[in-house]
Design a protein around this ligand. Structure first.
Ligand code: FCB
Length: 435
């Protein structure tokens, strides 16, 4: 089969700090990403998310674009520091009002929101209190979850707690490429792993309704045939592809990493962490080539040779998506809930031409091949329920600033003009054809 079932969920995904802007409005206080991006030399173009796509003010226009696409669901994240601006823990009504307006607008257009509570933008007040190295942050996260659920829960189709714990842990706390920009030794960073999982488990207890986990997956290939590279690839596979799923789905840490995490684990924690959700979200972009190094973290991740590359330098490897889906299916068997592709997409140097169009044929090919890869996994027996393109709009791509464009819609950051790209019309037709 090549088509998708009529009840398959089609969507687009985005995250608060990457699109909202309005960084200082209506009582929002800085998150670690505001602090980080404002520091010298942290983003490729020196930019910040202060304005981003100005989605905070232009959400109605953006929801109209979503309606035009015909999507079933919009995966968004809410900004913790917009909702809980300081350590008192008191909710900010004006911050919640924004999400009220957004959810109402989605409902008016028949679009079901998949709401994620944390897409890397920890409030600076929580970082000042120790951030994810501090166990108490998990408890603060649960309080925040409760506030969001109480106010928005009646309109949320699907909840998720934390996007890509691995990237937030690794890039934010080990390599320092992302906020909060820490370069901790692994023994210390391991606390971040456990506290993220604990936070997610506590939040799962207060969120009513359908719950979805979200992690990134990528096959890890040894860079050469050497034993050292094979071991490095095997270790990376555990770090990225099992460290966060094993505890949630199986209730235990991978044996290889248990000694590292154990000092942070208290009696009863794993029962909290072991909160298997109703769906599991897979963010997939590429496959990795891993080589052994002498560093404190004894490996390095490279783009594999012999593949076309996106503007990010990432290998275009749709077969890797089939592979991660079938691997999850085999690895977790009856413990695995149905899967959803919660992010998939690509960056290209898209420009608006003289006629006012934006012809991103490479993205059309990329998405078409990746959908075929999803279908191949489904044909092999994997239960996949939906697919979200990253992203609706070009947006603030973390350390890359505005230099990497992932949108189905081009954004001119000087004017905030939105121009649907060729891929937008292609995705719309593709969704319509599957109904
Ligand atoms: C993922 C992030 C998302 C976006 C894409 C390109 O790792 O979850 O915010 O930046 O990469």
């Amino acid at each position: 089969m090549t088509g998708f079932p009529p009840d398959f969920t089609w969507g687009v995904a985005a995250a608060a700090y990457q699109v909202e802007g309005a960084a200082n409005e209506d009582g929002r206080t800085p998150s670690i990403w505001d602090t980080f991006a404002h520091a010298e030399g942290t983003t490729a173009d020196g930019s910040t998310g202060d304005v981003a796509c100005d989605h905070y003010h232009r959400f109605a226009e953006d929801v109209a674009l979503m309606a035009d696409l015909g999507i079933d669901s919009y995966r968004l994240s809410v900004s913790w520091s917009r909702i809980v601006p300081d350590a008192s823990g008191r909710p900010n009504p004006a911050g919640l009002d924004f999400y009220d307006r957004l959810l109402d607008s989605l409902a008016d257009n028949g679009i079901s929101p998949a709401v994620n509570l944390f897409h890397w933008d920890l409030p600076q007040w929580a970082q000042d209190a120790g951030g994810w190295q501090q166990r108490d942050t998990a408890a603060r996260f649960a309080e925040y979850a409760e506030i969001v659920a109480a106010r928005l829960g009646d309109r949320v189709g699907t909840w998720s707690t934390i996007n890509e714990m691995f990237e937030h842990f690794a890039l934010g706390h080990v390599t320092g490429e992302h906020a909060p920009g820490l370069t901790l030794p692994l023994e210390e960073a391991a606390g971040v792993v456990h506290h993220l999982l604990l936070a997610s488990g506590h939040a799962a207890q207060v969120l009513r309704g359908r719950l979805m986990g979200i992690t990134s997956y990528a096959p890890a290939r040894p860079h050469t045939d050497s034993d050292a590279d094979r071991d490095a690839a095997a270790l990376y596979d555990v770090l990225q592809n099992r460290l966060f799923t094993d505890p949630v789905l199986l209730g235990r840490y991978p044996a290889e990493l248990e000694p590292l995490i154990e000092p942070f684990v208290r009696e009863g924690d794993l029962a909290v962490v072991h909160a298997p959700p109703d769906l599991w979200g897979v963010n997939y972009y590429s496959i990795n080539s891993v080589r052994a190094t002498e560093g404190a973290v004894p490996l390095e991740v490279l783009a594999p040779q012999g593949f076309p590359r996106t503007a990010f330098g990432w290998a275009v490897a749709p077969e890797g998506l089939t592979e991660v889906l079938t691997t999850l299916h085999e690895r977790y068997a009856e413990h695995l809930p149905p899967l959803v592709i919660t992010e998939n997409g690509c960056a290209y140097d898209d420009t608006v031409d003289a006629a006012g169009g934006c012809d991103d044929l490479e993205r059309v090919v990329f998405l078409d091949e990746h959908l075929a890869a999803v279908r191949a996994a489904m044909n092999a027996g994997v239960d996949v329920r939906g697919y979200y393109v990253w992203s609706l709009l070009d947006n603030f791509e973390w350390a890359e600033g505005y230099t990497k464009r992932f949108g189905l819609v081009h954004v001119d950051y000087a004017t905030q003009r939105r121009t649907p790209k060729t891929s937008f019309g292609w995705y719309r037709d593709r969704i319509a054809a599957s109904r």
